[in-house]
Design a protein around this ligand. Structure first.
Ligand code: CTP
Length: 439
C-alpha cells in the first residue's frame, strides 16, 4: 500500500479483493460475487468499472456501481432476475440496464461498447465491443480502471492506461490527443476531477484543452450540455475553486452567458455562499439544501429576467427551480437592503418579507449582505418564525359559523401573523382572536 500525494490509500496490488470486501457492505459484496458467477455460467467476462474503482483506490466512499459485461447483457439480466428479487429496467437500444434490489440498492449494467464520433462535439455513435474498447473510449486514465468479478479472476485490477499510477501521482490525463475535440464537455470534467481530488491536469492534457478552446470547441456544444456540466460542477463540495479554474483556462464565463462578469465581487459572493452553505448544512441538518441552485442564482444575478428565463430553460431546469431563481431576481436586493437598514421591522414584517423565498433563496440573500442585523433576522426567520404554526383549522372556522370559501385562507393567515407577533399563546387565544376580528 502507498499513500498518494493527497494522502489517500492507493495500492499497486493487482488483486483488490480485500479492499473490495472492506469497501462494500456484505450483502452487496455477495451480490457482486453472484453476478460474476452468473457471467461465468454464460462464458461472459464481467467488470466493475469507472468511478467506483477510482474512488475505492482513493479511499473515498462511493456506492455507484457500474458493471460492464462482455457478452449478452440481457441474457445475464434475465438470469439475475430469476435468481434474486430485483426489478429491472432494460434499455435494449443502448445495451444498458439497471437492476434495483429489494432493499433499493441499484447497479447499472452496460454491454462493453465501442464509440465513434461522426463529427467533433457530436454525441457518440455506439457499437458493441470488448472491455478494452470500452475502456479506450473513456475520458481520463483515472476513469479507465476496471475490476474483474468473474470467479477465477475476482478482484483482478485491469489497468490498461496506467490509471493507478496517475491516481498515485494525482494527475488528470486524457487517453489520446483528440479527446477534447471529440467531446469538449471533457474540458469541464477535467477541471471538476482536478479540483475535487486536489489533483493536477497533466501538462499535455492542459495544452490540449487550450488548443480545443482556441478552436472554439465550446461553441459547438448545446447550452443544454454546457448547463449539465456547469450544474455538475456546482454540485461539488467546493465549486468556486472549479469556477476560478474554468475562468482562468477559458478567459471568462461568457460561454454561459455574455452578461456574466466573473469579477471580484461575484467571486466574493460565491465564497460567502460557500460558507453559508456549510453553516446551513451543519446547523439545519433536517433541511436538505440544493446548494447548486444557490450558486447558480448568484452566477445569473447580473442577467435580466428574460435572459435568466431563457438560460434556465436552455439548461432544462424544472419549473420549481426556475421560480426560485426568478423570485430572487425580482425581490432579493430590496429585501436584503430593508433587512439591514430598517431597524424598526416587526417580526411579522420580517416574516412577510422572507416568506416568498425558498430555503436556497434565503442563503442567497445572506450572501448579499454584510449586515449583522440582516443576518440575525434571516436566521431568526429560519430557526423560529418560519416554524410557527397555528392550531386553528378550517373545521374550527366552520364551527364558528364563518362562511367557507377563499376568505378562510385570509383569516388563517392573519391569525398566524398575530401568533408570530406574540399575541396568541393557545388555541383558545386563536379562537378569541378570530371571533373578535372577523365577527
Ligand atoms: N465519460 C467519458 N466522457 C464523458 C462522460 C463520461 O468518457 N463526457 C466516461 C468516464 O470515463 C466515466 C464514465 O463515462 O468514468 C461514467 O461517467 P460519469 O458517471 O459521469 O463518471 P463518474 O466517474 O462516475 O463521475 P462522478 O464521480 O462525478 O459520478
Amino acid at each position: 500500500m502507498y499513500k498518494s500525494h493527497n494522502s489517500k490509500v492507493i495500492t499497486r496490488k493487482k488483486n483488490l479483493i480485500k479492499i473490495l470486501r472492506r469497501e462494500l457492505p456484505g450483502h452487496i459484496f455477495r451480490n457482486i460475487r453472484m453476478i460474476g458467477q452468473l457471467a461465468d455460467e454464460e462464458g461472459f467476462s464481467a467488470y466493475i468499472v469507472g468511478g467506483f474503482v477510482r474512488d475505492m483506490l482513493l479511499g473515498r466512499a462511493n456506492l455507484d456501481l457500474d458493471i460492464v459485461i462482455e457478452g449478452d447483457l440481457f441474457r445475464l439480466i434475465d438470469l439475475l432476475a430469476k435468481k434474486v428479487n430485483v426489478s429491472v429496467v432494460r434499455h435494449r437500444g443502448f445495451g444498458t440496464a439497471t437492476a434495483i434490489f429489494a432493499d433499493g440498492f441499484k447497479i447499472d449494467f452496460a454491454t462493453a461498447r465501442k464509440e465513434s464520433y461522426s463529427h467533433p462535439a457530436a454525441l457518440p455513435g455506439i457499437s458493441f465491443g470488448s472491455i478494452e474498447d470500452d475502456l479506450s473510449r473513456r475520458d481520463f486514465t483515472i476513469n479507465t480502471l476496471a475490476l474483474q468479478i468473474n470467479k477465477h479472476n475476482f478482484g483482478r485490477l485491469l489497468d490498461l492506461f496506467a490509471g493507478a499510477d496517475d491516481l498515485l501521482q494525482g494527475v488528470v490525463r486524457v487517453l489520446h490527443n483528440a479527446s477534447f475535440i471529440d467531446d469538449p464537455t471533457r474540458i469541464f470534467r477535467a477541471i471538476r476531477f482536478e479540483q475535487r481530488f486536489d489533483f493536477n491536469i497533466e501538462k499535455n492534457t492542459e495544452r490540449l484543452i487550450r488548443a480545443a478552446l482556441k478552436q472554439n470547441m465550446l461553441r459547438q456544444l448545446s447550452k443544454f450540455r454546457i448547463g449539465d456540466e456547469i450544474i455538475l460542477i456546482l454540485k461539488e463540495d467546493e465549486p468556486v475553486k472549479s469556477l476560478l479554474r474554468i475562468n482562468k483556462v477559458c478567459g471568462s464565463l461568457k460561454f454561459i452567458h455574455p452578461a456574466i462578469k466573473f469579477d471580484k465581487a461575484l467571486v466574493g459572493q460565491l465564497k460567502s455562499a460557500y460558507r453559508i452553505i456549510q453553516t446551513f448544512q451543519k446547523t439545519y441538518t433536517d433541511k436538505p439544501l440544493d446548494s447548486w441552485l444557490v450558486y447558480l442564482s448568484i452566477l445569473l444575478s447580473a442577467l435580466g429576467s428574460d435572459s435568466t428565463d431563457k438560460i434556465c430553460r436552455r439548461f432544462c431546469l424544472v419549473k420549481k427551480d426556475i421560480k426560485k431563481i426568478n423570485t430572487l431576481k425580482n425581490r432579493a436586493k430590496e429585501v436584503a437592503r430593508a433587512l439591514s437598514k430598517d431597524i424598526n421591522l416587526s417580526y411579522v414584517q420580517v416574516y412577510k418579507m422572507l416568506k416568498p423565498f425558498s430555503y436556497e433563496g434565503l442563503a442567497v440573500i445572506l450572501s448579499m449582505t454584510e449586515s449583522p442585523l440582516a443576518k440575525r433576522r434571516i436566521n431568526l426567520f429560519i430557526k423560529k418564525l418560519s416554524k410557527i404554526k397555528i392550531t386553528l383549522s378550517g373545521q374550527d372556522l366552520k364551527k364558528l359559523n364563518l362562511k367557507p370559501g377563499p376568505g378562510y385562507r385570509k383569516i388563517l393567515e392573519e391569525t398566524l401573523r398575530a401568533k408570530i407577533s406574540g399575541k396568541l399563546n393557545s388555541k383558545s387565544d386563536e379562537l378569541r382572536f378570530v371571533k373578535e376580528r372577523f365577527k
